[in-house]
Structures are given as structure tokens and as C-alpha cells.
Design a binder for this molecule. Sequence first.
Ligand code: ADP
Ligand code: MG
Length: 701
Amino acid sequence: MPESVQIKVYGRCRPLTQDEADKGFKNVVKCSGDKMLIESGGKEHSFSFDGAYSSDAKVKNEQIYKERCEPFLQRAMEGFNVSIIAMGATNAGKTYLMSGTDSDPGIAPCFIRNLYQAIGERSNKEFFISVSYLEVLDERMSDLLNPHVNQMKIRQHPHKGIFIEGLSEIVVHNWEEMSQLYEQGTRVKKLGARDIKANQARAHSVFTITIEQRTRQSSKVGVRSVVCLADLAMGEVVGTSDPHAVAGLQGLMNVLSALGGPKKGSNVPFRDSAITRVLQDSFGGNAVTLMFAVVSPVDKVHKESLTTLQYASYAKSAKNHVKANMDETAEIIADLRDEIAKLRDKIASTSTPSRDDVQKLEDLVQDLQIAKMSTWAEREKLSKKVEEERKVNLANKGILDWVTDNMKKGNRELQEKMLILQKEKDVLTAQYSEKRSNVDGLNEEVQRKIAEYSKYQDSGKLTDSETKKRVTAIHEIKEKLKKESEILKQIKSQLKDVAEKQKEERDEAKSQMSAMKGNTELRQQVEKEERLKVEKENRAMIADEMEKMKTEFETEKSHIQLKLTENKTYSAQEVSHLEVQLAEMKLEKPVTTMKIHLMEQEKERLVKELDDVYQVHKDELEFQRLRHLETFRAYREMFEEQKAALDQRYRQLLEDAIQDAVFLSSRNSELLEENQSLRQQNAEMRDSITKLGGRLPSQTV
Ligand code: ADP
Ligand code: MG
């Protein structure tokens, strides 16, 4: 039986920043017990929550984590889904609360550290942990861990629940890996924020940790918990009329309103926006949810703060229905294997197996394949593959070095700039293709309407009023087309600006890179990928341009047709004008073709040049290597020579010494002999003197 739990809601107001204090902004938010009080529109509004943190209490994020979030980690370890959500307007302090700083770590780093502590305490369990990081901006989803451009889709799975196809799931093995991924993703998100503030004010993000655990060497069934750490934007849509932007913000408000606000009891419109679909379990579903209503104290933004507190208070009365999630993959696989074996035996034992059995076997094998894809081993494999892709995608965004983490500061700043530009370009490109298909659609509509009109006109079946109606309709669409085309043109020129800036940054980066010693191979690879990307973009641009000209031509043709069927006679001036236009158009085609041709040539030349440079560079490297080898060889020879000379000299000295020794020793014996013979003579002389009777002085020898 699911357990019914209420969403816990806490208020948090940040202090005034130094800058705000200097500017003399006033603080309009106070706390009193569990209440948040705000002055807005000359009135004090009061909201009761499960707790409140005021700006002057100077409470650290970690304390909030300990008091409010730690119990939620316990629930996650028991297999319950957990959502911790920071909701507020831009600049309210959501990122500060969720990510924090080095000296005041936020909820996410605290949770991650605490999670691994909890895992460490459970040595009888095996864990399998993976993460993903999603950003939703104006209904467009992006993968913050692996910034690819592939389509992503929200899907529902009978066992797994809501999941996002195309979002990278990365398997992590320790605290460091998870923290690093969280930081990298947050950085990718933050970088976008600096330049396109208005956009970022509407961006939601969700860091998802999937925790699976099994008792070691025992049951096949494990438990599974999905933990969402979300940063949700709250506020009015400003600076754009994009319906996706409206849906992206309004969707969340509508859901909260239906859960516990004025629209309570009505159908909860989860499906109206991407973020509410992704977080469907968090609001009224199978998750224990904790929400922080994060507000700025600044008087100037009192309205936004009031809205946040208002909607957060709606969340408070929502009830979720939770139960621990069983993970039965292993059991399902074992059952499937059993069934397959049995069926196989059955088929093998008959000479004419039934068609149904064969079909069933095929289905079972397919089921097994699918089930195996969600085993730990398969997911680990897939995650390894994603790791490679991730490096390339981050490199394409100019942020490879965050992964390899060996970058100088200057370089880092430059790369950050490049990332911002890329993000800006991605947004513009998406807008462009959307507007483009709008314009194309309108163009087609005009053509169709004109063709229809002229058909009727020819048949003479049209009454005057019908004619008028049709012509007015055509003109209305044409007006719309004109406006849309104008916007399209603007986006295009913005795109051009961004491309130019990008080129400048790239050149700058290149000059920096060549000054930097580093991994040459890697650099070459990054440059090559960059080049291929630009090429692809150029090709798309040309194709787009051609397509556009074709449509314009078609439209122009149908306009002429329209004028003809409107029975308008052309003045000589109009005719000549049309002729000029026609001639221009005729001319334009070969000119464009030529331009394209020239561009192709230029491209080939550039590619060749680059390859040459690469070759020269490679040759140079090879040459240097050989030269170093040569120098080394020369030194070695010199060394050998000197060694030989020294040996020689040493041998010589030794020989001399030996000869000296030999000489000295033979001389010594000579002297000894001489001495001996002198003694002999001496003795003989003494004898003869004594025989002659002489006296001798006493012997002194
Ligand atoms: P958001 O993510 O909601 O747009 P930020 O987290 O970026 O807002 O916070 C906006 C500003 O307020 C930043 O300069 C941040 O450093 C500061 N800030 C937010 N919360 C606190 C806090 N609790 N203590 C001190 N400064 C804070
Ligand atoms: Mg933020």
C-alpha cells in the first residue's frame, strides 16, 4: 500500500549582497518562526511553511542540509524516490543553496558526500549508482553532462516510470566522480547564464541520481531509488513572446495551482510542459518531496518574491503517494531464460514446430535483450561509451580541458567565452529553423491560395464578394509572411554576428594554443573536428539559401499569376519593373552557383592548406626528433672517445708505475747485493789485517 506524505516546504531568504546594500536597496522579507513575511504593494503578506530561514540568521547551507535533507537521504536508501527542489526567481539564491561555494557547500555536494558515507556503512550491500543532468529551457531539453545536439524525448516505461530518451546516464563509482560530474554540469549551465541572462532566468535543471542496491550474494530483487536535485525557475516571462518560453514557466505554476492553489481539484496539467512531466513524481506522485521557496530580500523584486512564496504555499497542501521501488531485473531475466530454455526444448523435440511457438520464442528473446540492457553490466558498458562521446562533445564546445583538467587561467576564460557564444548560437539556430519552417509554411499557403483562386477565377464561378474574400485572405497571409520574413532576417543577421565573434575567439584560441605546449595529437583532433563542424554548417547554410531562393521565386511567380488573374493590366512601368526583376532573378542563379563553386574551391584550398600545415608541422616534429637523436649520438660518441682516452692514459700510468716498481725493486736487489759484497770485502779485509797483527777500531757497521 502506498504511503501518503505531504510535500515539505521551507522558505529561505538570502541576505542583501554587498552591491545591493551599497545601492541602498531595502530588505522587505522577514521570518517569524515558520512564517515568511513580505511587504508588497504596501501590505504585509504572511506564509506559513514547515520552516523558514531568514536572511540575517546567517545559516549555512550545510546546517539546512542537516536539519531538513538528511532524513530524505535515509528514505532514498530504503528505496523511495526523493526530490529536493529549490524554486525561485532568478537571482534569488537557488544556485547558492543547491551548489553553494567552497566555504559554504550547497545541498547537492552535502547530499553526495552523505550518500557515499551511507554506502560505506552498508558493507553487506552492493550498489550501482548513475547520474544524469538535464536542463530545460523554453521546452527544449539539453544534456549538461554530455552537450550533444541529438533529439531527446520524454518517455514513460512500465517499470522505470518517466525517463528521458537520449539523456546520458553516467555510471559513477565514488564520491569524487559524482561531485566532478555535478560541478562540470553546473558549470556548463552557469556559463550559458552569464551572457543570455533573460534566457537563463527561465532555465530549469535537474540532477538525477539513480541508486540501486542488492544484498550481496543473496536475493535477486533489489531496491531502486531516483533522487532528483532540481533548480526551478519561477517568474513572469519577460522579453519574449515565444510560446515555449511561456509554457516553460507557466507550466510549473499551473501544476502547483492545481495541486493546492485556486485550481485545486482540477486535473493536474503535468503534460503541458516538459519540466512538470519530468518531475511528475515529485508533485503528487511517487516521491518524497522537499521544496525550498528561495527569495531575494530586495524591495525592487518584491513581486517576484511574493509569487514564489505564493506558489510554494500551494505545494504545501499537495499529497504524494509513495512506496519503495523494487528492482526485479535479475529475477525477470532468470524467468525469461527459464521460459526460453523450455520453449527451445519443446521446439527441438517435435519435427514440425508450431508457428506460434517459434514466434513466441522470438518475442521472448527480444524481451530478454531489452531486460539485459538494464542490467548493471550493460549500463556500465554503455556509460563507458558515453564517456568517449562526452569528451568529444565537450571538446566541440571548447571545454575539453575541464575534463582533462590541465588548463591555464587565461585559456579557461577564453574557452568560457567560446562556450557562451556556442550556446547563443545554438539558441539562435533553433529559433531560425523554427521561423524558417513558419515562413516556408506561409509561403506554401499563399501559393496554394493563389492557385485555387486562379482556378476558380478561370472557371468564372466566383461571385464578387467571394473574390474579395479570397483576395483579402491572400493579402493577409502575405502581410504575415512579410513580418515573419523580417524577423527571420534579423535572426540571421544575429547569427552572422555570433559567427563572426566565434571566428575571432577561435583565432585567438588558436594563437594561444600554439603558444601552449600540450597534447599535440589532441589539439589537432580538436581543430579538425572544429573544421568539419564549420564546414557542415556552411553547407547547411548554402542549402538553406538555395531553398529560400527557390521558394521566393515560386512565390513571386504566384504573385504575378495572382495579378494576372485579378485581371489587372500592367502599366509599362510595372512591366519593365517585372522584366528587370525577372532578369535579376535569372542572373542571380548563375551568380549564386558561381559563388557556391568559389566557396567550394575556397574550402578545398583551406582544407588543403590546413593539411599542409599539419604535414609541415608533423615533418618539423620528425625533423626535430631526428636532430635531437643526432645530437645525442654526437654526445655519446664524444663521451666514448673521452672515455677511451682516459682509459688509455690510466693504462699508461699504471704501466709506468709497474715499470717503476719493477725497476725500483731490481735496483733494490742490486743495492742489496752490492751491500752484501761490500760487507764481504770488509770482513775479508778485517781478517787479513788481523792476520798481519794490526789493531782495528771497534766495528760500527
Ligand atoms: P539564482 O541561482 O537563484 O539565480 P544565485 O544563487 O546565483 O541566484 O544568487 C544570486 C546572488 O546572491 C549571488 O551573488 C549569490 O552569491 C548571492 N547569494 C545567494 N544566496 C546567498 C546566501 N545564502 N548568502 C550569501 N550570498 C548569497
Ligand atoms: Mg542560478
